[in-house]
Design a protein around this ligand. Structure first.
Ligand SMILES: *Cc1c(COP(=O)(O)O)cnc(C)c1O
Length: 394
């Protein structure tokens, strides 16, 4: 496969501010003037290029960020949203009508699972949940009315790896779209390049990397993005989960350091994973040859960015997990908090936090043990020191 370099793709963009500023200007306006009334009507009908109408539809600052995300993904286009859930729900609703069907990985983000399982049933949209690593199960779940195959590249908290090229084949054959949440692995994996139709991000996590806001993105081809923001039928246009341009501007600046951060997150996570494995701690990390998805990940990834910043260990009981996390926090390892992709290490007990929307029996079925502790490994400069401290409280 030809090498794809998402970081160089972003770095090669020429985006300038109004007065030659090295950062693009912030367009702090909800509405835009037209020199002629005719031009306004044409813009309403989508007949003008480069004209802005209203910021729920497009804002120039959001466009800069969307263009940078499209460059990173190798997609024709992108649109930015006020949260990851805003991206996921708009992207799904754009493709499904009452009576349609979705095949989804069972190990998705808790909010996504709740939306698919409980919310969509209000509109009689059926969802069949499958194990993302079982391609036969996915094939067998397809129905004539299946519109979407939905998965996460690296699942939470078990870090299972989805086979994007094979899922893409199944989707194409079924006339469905493959939608991939790539929040855990920006730059590391480029789903569009591997055959996905739509890529979703919670930019709240690695992409922004500062935990100062929630935001999301949808990357796809021009037709789909235009359909999302169609004035009369676009889900994103009509539900309105648009990102504020002030925030877009700050996320764009953070996006330019994403490649450096991903490499450091990956390097630190790999260090800890290898140490834990040697210590016989039950560890899940896709960069370890003992991980079931290791070979697949190796085939799909853009290698220079590593295997990502997420590791999960199993302490069997939630009591042990809680004591361990409290000790780590008091020793300054990081914070007991949900979310991920921050410069400091964050850790949480999955069953009692990010997967708590998922009923206990289902958690068991998915393989989520009550003692799982998920780490989003930070950018620590001295990870050996960090390891020693963690080891002393383990
Ligand atoms: C956090 C997260 C979401 C939801 O994003 P928000 O920005 O919190 O709305 C969706 N998918 C994954 C994988 C996430 O980690």
């Amino acid at each position: 496969m030809k090498k794809f370099d998402p970081a160089t793709a972003i770095g090669s963009l020429k985006q300038f501010g109004e007065f030659g500023g090295v950062n693009p200007s912030i367009t702090d306006s909800s509405t835009f003037t037209f020199l002629g009334a005719g031009k306004m009507l044409d813009t309403f009908h989508g007949k003008t290029d480069g004209c802005f109408l209203y910021s729920r539809h497009w804002n120039p600052t959001n466009k800069y960020l969307a263009d940078a995300l499209a460059a990173m993904e190798g997609s024709e286009s992108a649109w930015v949203t006020a949260s990851g859930m805003g991206a996921i729900t708009s992207a799904i609703l754009q493709l499904c009508n009452t009576g349609d069907h979705i095949v989804s990985s069972i190990t998705t983000y808790g909010g996504t699972y709740a939306f698919l399982k409980f919310w969509l049933s209000k509109f009689k949209i059926d969802v069949t949940f499958v194990t993302p690593t079982n391609l036969d199960e996915i094939k067998n779940a397809i129905q004539t009315n299946t519109k979407i195959i939905y998965t996460e590249t690296i699942s939470n908290p078990l870090l299972q790896i989805s086979n994007i090229p094979e899922m893409s084949k199944i989707a194409k054959k079924a006339g469905a779209k493959l939608m991939v949440d790539n929040t855990f692995s920006p730059m590391i994996i480029s789903p569009i390049k591997l055959g996905a139709d739509i890529v979703i991000y919670s930019m709240t996590k690695f992409i922004n990397g500062k935990n100062d806001c929630v935001a999301g993105a949808i990357c796809a081809d021009n037709d789909y993005i235009n359909s999302l923001i169609d004035l009369n039928s676009g889900t994103a246009m009509l539900l309105g989960p648009v990102l504020d341009p002030m925030r877009s501007s700050s996320i764009l600046k953070n996006l330019h350091t994403l490649h450096i951060r991903m490499k450091q997150h990956s390097k630190n996570a790999m260090f800890l994973a290898q140490k834990f494995e040697k210590d016989n701690v039950k560890i899940i990390y896709p960069g370890l040859p003992s991980h079931k998805g290791y070979k697949l990940m190796k085939e799909m990834m853009n290698k220079e960015f590593g295997y990502g910043g997420m590791i999960t260990i199993d302490l069997k009981t939630s009591e042990r997990a809680i004591i361990f996390m409290e000790k780590m926090q008091s020793k300054g390892i990081g914070y007991l908090a949900v979310s991920l992709g921050y410069f400091k290490t964050l850790f949480s007990n999955s069953g009692n936090s990010t997967s708590s929307e998922i009923p206990e029996e289902v958690q068991k079925e998915m393989g989520i043990s009550p003692g799982l502790v998920r780490f989003s490994v930070g950018l620590d400069n001295d990870i050996e020191r960090t390891y020693k401290i963690i080891n002393s409280v383990l």
